[in-house]
Design a protein around this ligand. Structure first.
Ligand SMILES: Nc1ncnc2c1ncn2[C@@H]1O[C@H](COP(=O)(O)OP(=O)(O)OP(=O)(O)O)[C@@H](O)[C@H]1O
Length: 276
């Protein structure tokens, strides 16, 4: 068995007197969709914030097995350093640049590839050949993802003018255009209608099949989670209370009690209160 792409051990995050994450272990693998579920306030977004360098964890080890750079301890890096390793995220609340075009939003996300060293910005100013080629490649990548997510027709529209569902797709296109190793999605189905949610499920399954990356998913829509996840971790009050396949989680007494409720868990549109 290959070792997981991401190996989180003993992750702990304390805010003053509040223990938001309490020694959580979890893994995420390439070619797999891993879901992180639990009631509101369980600590899911805090785990993402630690993983992606927004918070420095109080304790714990977040190991990324990078294909070329070897083992990287993510907890030692700041946000931009984490993004450079290929761990990218979307947010619970959409964070696009609303007055920039859709295409520009994707190009901004790729600026690290365009300017890996500061000399490249000078090269850009001088309009050197290598820089122009990199810029053209970035536009091609962005256009590819916009086509894939059925957003090409709105490439030149201001992102803020799009419907909510479209903006969610732009966020995923933006994350994918950076060629990630691990895509972390924080409630991607929140606010989507059933048709859009089905399209999202197909999109994520397609990314898993064709790109071989790992997907780590926080989501309250249990239909979506049970449908597309390969493995699920459940947290409650900051602690991991269960881990397993969708079938195992669906029948786990502790999870039913803390989160899913009785019985029809897979029919429930949304578990754990408000999805936001
Ligand atoms: N920056 C912060 N400062 C203080 N407390 C925080 C901070 N961020 C999160 N918390 C607290 O940590 C706990 C876990 O919050 P978190 O947002 O991680 O939960 P969640 O599982 O993502 O919930 P939801 O499903 O509602 O998004 C909550 O009690 C929250 O109030």
């Amino acid at each position: 068995m290959t070792e997981p792409l991401l190996d989180v051990q003993g992750l702990t995050m304390r805010f003053g007197g509040l223990l938001a994450v309490d020694g959580v272990d979890l893994t995420a693998e390439s070619n797999r969709i891993t879901a992180l579920i639990g009631p509101n306030g369980a600590g899911k977004t805090t785990i993402f914030n630690c993983l992606t360098g927004f918070y420095k964890p109080t304790a714990g080890r977040l190991l990324l097995r990078h294909p070329t750079r070897g083992a990287i301890e993510l907890q030692t890096l700041k946000g931009y350093g984490v993004a450079r390793t290929g761990v990218v995220r979307t947010f619970q609340n959409i964070r696009l640049f609303p007055s920039m075009t859709v295409l520009e939003n994707l190009l901004v996300a790729q600026h690290q590839a365009l300017m890996p060293r500061s000399v490249f910005s000078l090269a850009g100013l001088l309009n050197l050949k290598g820089w122009r080629a990199a810029e053209e490649a970035a536009v091609d990548t962005a256009r590819d993802w916009l086509r894939r997510l059925d957003l090409l027709a709105v490439a030149d529209e201001a992102a803020g003018n799009l419907s909510y569902g479209m903006q969610r797709r732009v966020e995923i296109a933006r994350a994918m255009s950076t060629n990630p190793l691990l895509l972390c999605l924080d409630e991607p189905a929140a606010g989507l209608n059933p048709r859009e949610t089905r399209a999202l499920a197909e999109l994520l399954a397609g990314i898993r099949a064709e790109h071989g990356i790992g997907i780590l998913l926080i989501e309250h829509d249990m239909g979506l989670v049970m449908d597309i996840s390969d493995h699920i971790f459940v947290v409650d009050h900051g602690a991991r209370i269960a881990a397993g396949t969708p079938a195992e989680i669906r029948n786990d007494e502790r999870v039913i009690k803390a989160y899913l409720g009785e019985p029809d868990a897979d029919d429930a549109a949304t578990a754990g209160g408000d999805a936001h």
